[in-house]
Design a protein around this ligand. Structure first.
Ligand code: GRF
Length: 208
């Protein structure tokens, strides 16, 4: 399958996913990266590895960014099957969601629906988890709809919150599991192992 990844930051999830494709754990390959920050770590990694980088959206700081329609056209030209958001901090335009139904995934560093939504990104998520006194956190992989962090949940992994955790310690513990969980889910998606329960909940079938 042809994969596109959307990144705004360092791109450790993208790197982990790409390694999984190279090892053959994920039956797909990254053909394009989309970013709103042309010099973010994820974009550098893509260029170093010969993966084309597209800028989206167009802003003051990124005047060469594509329009939503041009982004959709470009992704269709690259014959993209699935779009993976990996630390992409902008909302996804409805044109894209309509062009790729049930084909856009995101990873979020909390157990959704807890600690999700517009204000919850980056270290803010882990700060709020620690402040809440929650004993468990962990990543969620979900399909993307037109709001932040509200699409159907596909998979989650539980990570303990320890009594004296700092934000950095919790973030690192969750991130390690993000890398594993995202690769497992993307493997399942590429192998078409996602089935839809009657009530609309997606379920991953384990390998036969
Ligand atoms: C991850 O914690 C991810 O869950 C969140 O943004 C962070 C991105 O990290 N959406 P990286 O750029 O993949 O290292």
């Amino acid at each position: 399958k042809n994969l596109a990844v959307f990144v705004s930051g360092g791109g450790s999830n993208f790197r982990a996913l790409r390694q999984a494709t190279l090892k053959g754990d994920v039956n797909g390959s990254f053909v394009v990266l989309v970013t709103n920050k042309h010099d973010c770590g994820g974009a550098h990694y893509a260029r170093e590895n010969g993966i084309p980088v597209l800028i989206y959206p167009s802003t003051k700081g990124e005047p060469n960014g594509l329009s939503s329609n041009d982004l959709v056209t470009a992704l269709i030209k690259y014959e993209i099957d699935f779009i993976l958001l990996a630390g992409y901090l902008k909302v996804i335009p409805s044109e894209l969601i309509q062009a790729y139904p049930n084909s856009i995934l995101n990873i979020h560093p909390s157990l959704l629906p807890a600690f999700g939504g517009k204000g919850y990104y980056g270290t803010k998520v882990h700060k709020a988890v620690i402040a809440s006194g929650a004993r468990y956190s962990g990543p969620t992989v979900h399909f993307v709809d037109e709001n932040y962090d509200t699409g159907h949940i596909l998979a989650q992994r539980i990570v303990p919150v320890l009594a004296n955790d700092t934000v950095e310690e919790l973030a690192a513990r969750v991130l390690r599991q993000e890398h594993k969980l995202y690769a497992e889910v993307v493997a399942a998606v590429c192998e078409e192992r996602v089935i839809w329960r009657e009530d609309g909940v997606p379920i991953i079938q384990s390998k036969a």
